[in-house]
Write a protein that binds this ligand. Sequence first.
Ligand SMILES: CC(C)(COP(=O)(O)OP(=O)(O)OC[C@H]1O[C@@H](n2cnc3c(N)ncnc32)[C@H](O)[C@@H]1OP(=O)(O)O)[C@@H](O)C(=O)NCCC(=O)NCCS
Length: 167
Amino acid sequence: MNKLTIQIRPVTPPDVPAISALAREIWQASYPGIITQEQIDFMLEQRYGHERLYDDLEDADKWLDQAFHDGRRVGFAFSELYKGEFKLDKLYIHPDAQRQGVGGQLIAHVAARAAKLGYPCVILAVNKRNEKAIASYRKYGFSVRESVVDDIGHGFVMDDFVMEKKL
Ligand SMILES: CC(C)(COP(=O)(O)OP(=O)(O)OC[C@H]1O[C@@H](n2cnc3c(N)ncnc32)[C@H](O)[C@@H]1OP(=O)(O)O)[C@@H](O)C(=O)NCCC(=O)NCCS
């Protein structure tokens, strides 16, 4: 694997439109075949609408990190405190930059934060059909803890594995 050197910086309000656009680009490249286009559009609006991202930036229990390579934004990782646990909530790498260690470096960054705050593990939820992501999480020390089906409204469900990485 040819590893990309990245710089990790916190997302700030002026970054919001670019993060939202990057999310759409990555979701459109990744999720057709896993969830419907209607669900992609619904979830993008729900999670990456500008107002939602500005609210996330104000939330003391959320951390929004972005990765740059040679000045280009190549991905992002959002983490949060969720029901008393430390959760990697979003991890998205641009298709051109995938499989070059960017996801692994962002996972390490988030895991270091969780460890520093005293949490025993990092958890995440991943679609059961997202085999590439599941392979990647296994590579970085996550294993499946449980299987969940969450109703997210408007007739959509998230059919996920919850995975955890012990610290
Ligand atoms: C899943 C994702 C975050 C991993 O980040 P990444 O930077 O590509 O991953 P890394 O380069 O650090 O790790 C690579 C490992 O991931 C897995 N992987 C990544 N892309 C893969 C692919 N296209 N096919 C098979 N395995 C893949 C492999 O285990 C790989 O290890 P290997 O190259 O030694 O075989 C990234 O590919 C991505 O953003 N995918 C699309 C969006 C997504 O599914 N996000 C996760 C939502 S829960």
